[in-house]
Design a protein around this ligand. Structure first.
Ligand SMILES: Cc1cc2nc3c(=O)[nH]c(=O)nc-3n(C[C@H](O)[C@H](O)[C@H](O)COP(=O)(O)O)c2cc1C
Length: 346
């Protein structure tokens, strides 16, 4: 059976991107997914106003905006509701020379963002959204994208007109997460509505929502006909998903990571974090990643509870070494393990 994705144009290659993930898509994680074949990545969102008004050395922004030379092209994502702030923030991000693109967040469902009229709330105020895109367009020559949902709630689905507006205002591409704001992350992403956007627009549309396996990656392209996909939760603890997707598109058998590979990568991830943020901070921040890296491995629950108490890199290494010995005696490869519980990790 051919593994080629049925609706690909001859010679074309779907884009496989890491979606923006607040608290997660920092440079060490982006570097790992880049090495596994992600074509591009996005920073976590930053507030346009916060970025412009915080002291230049404010840690939060310094951390979020840092990049590494080994990464695939990175897009910086901003949110806000004031065209002046958006324009100035986009200009400043462009001037850093660090980014391959700028994205405006029009999909974040968090009340602290939507209550101020930003993020997904912009889907209720398309004229304001248009003015933000216009301001950003004037402020950068970098590729400009927006990331949106399919609407605010099921009674106000305005995906296609909203996306057409963004195209009209000068967006170069659009990422659509196939859920309403009201759905948050519940239910199944609506890929059919993403397909309708793809049919209505002439700029590239990136499909987003519920790609947890390489089979999902093939399905989302088949259903939506999109130029590519953005992957969020499916990448947590599973940067190999990008490798598997690439292998599937290239007609190879997708290789699942071995338990050794998973734990060694988790340790490398931790070393990068320790070198960057210091051990105390990094190890606490890594705990969630450790849980994701272990997901689906036999006996992981017990190890996770130990990891929740660790404070040093050495403790983690020690726990992983013992776990690997234990695993060696039970399984040879993660291929034999059901990894479907990667889904629903958020
Ligand atoms: C922990 C977490 C953080 C997120 N942070 C952002 C963000 O900063 N900006 C954004 O546009 N979307 C953010 N999202 C949404 C994802 O980019 C993505 O649209 C969503 O998770 C659906 O894709 P998925 O099914 O592949 O996870 C976040 C999602 C999660 C779970």
């Amino acid at each position: 059976m051919s593994l080629a994705v049925d609706n690909l144009q001859p010679g074309s290659r779907p884009l496989v991107m890491l979606a923006p993930l607040a608290g997660i898509s920092d440079w060490p994680f982006r570097l790992l997914v880049s090495e596994m074949g992600a074509d591009s990545t996005v920073t976590e969102m930053i507030s346009a106003q916060g970025y412009l008004t915080a002291p230049k050395d404010a840690r939060a922004y310094v951390y979020i905006l840092q990049t590494d030379p080994g990464e695939a092209p990175v897009t910086a994502q901003v949110f806000g509701r004031d065209p002046r702030w958006i324009g100035q923030a986009v200009a400043r991000l462009t001037d850093t020379g660090l980014y391959a693109g700028i994205d405006i967040n029009m999909g974040c469902p968090a009340p602290k963002v939507t209550s101020g009229g930003s993020g997904a709330a912009l889907m209720k105020t398309p004229e304001l959204a248009a003015s933000l895109i216009r301001a950003a367009r004037k402020s950068t020559c970098l590729p400009l994208s927006i990331k949106m949902r399919i609407g605010w709630d099921e009674h106000s689905i305005n995906t296609v007109p909203f996306a057409l507006m963004a195209q009209e205002e000068g967006a170069d591409s659009i990422t659509v997460h196939g859920r309403t704001r009201a759905q948050q992350y519940a239910g199944k992403a609506d890929w059919q509505t993403i397909a309708a956007v793809r049919q209505a627009l002439h700029i590239p549309v990136i499909a987003n929502g519920d790609v947890f396996t390489w089979q999902d990656a093939r399905d989302i392209l088949r259903v939506t006909g999109c130029a590519g996909m953005a992957i969020g939760r499916g990448a947590l603890g599973m940067p190999w998903l990008f490798r598997q997707i690439r292998q599937s598109f290239e007609g190879q058998v997708p290789q699942a990571p071995t338990p050794q590979e998973r734990l060694h990568t988790a340790l490398r991830h931790a070393r990068m974090m320790v070198a960057w943020k210091g051990e105390a901070h990094a190890i606490v921040e890594m705990r969630k990643h450790f849980a994701w890296y272990l997901k689906g491995l036999p006996g992981a629950a017990k190890v996770r509870s130990h990891l929740n108490a660790v404070r040093t890199y050495q403790q983690v290494e020690h726990i992983f070494e013992s776990f690997l010995l234990q695993l060696d005696s039970t399984i040879a490869s993660v291929d034999t393990v059901d990894t479907s519980d990667q889904a629903g990790s958020q």
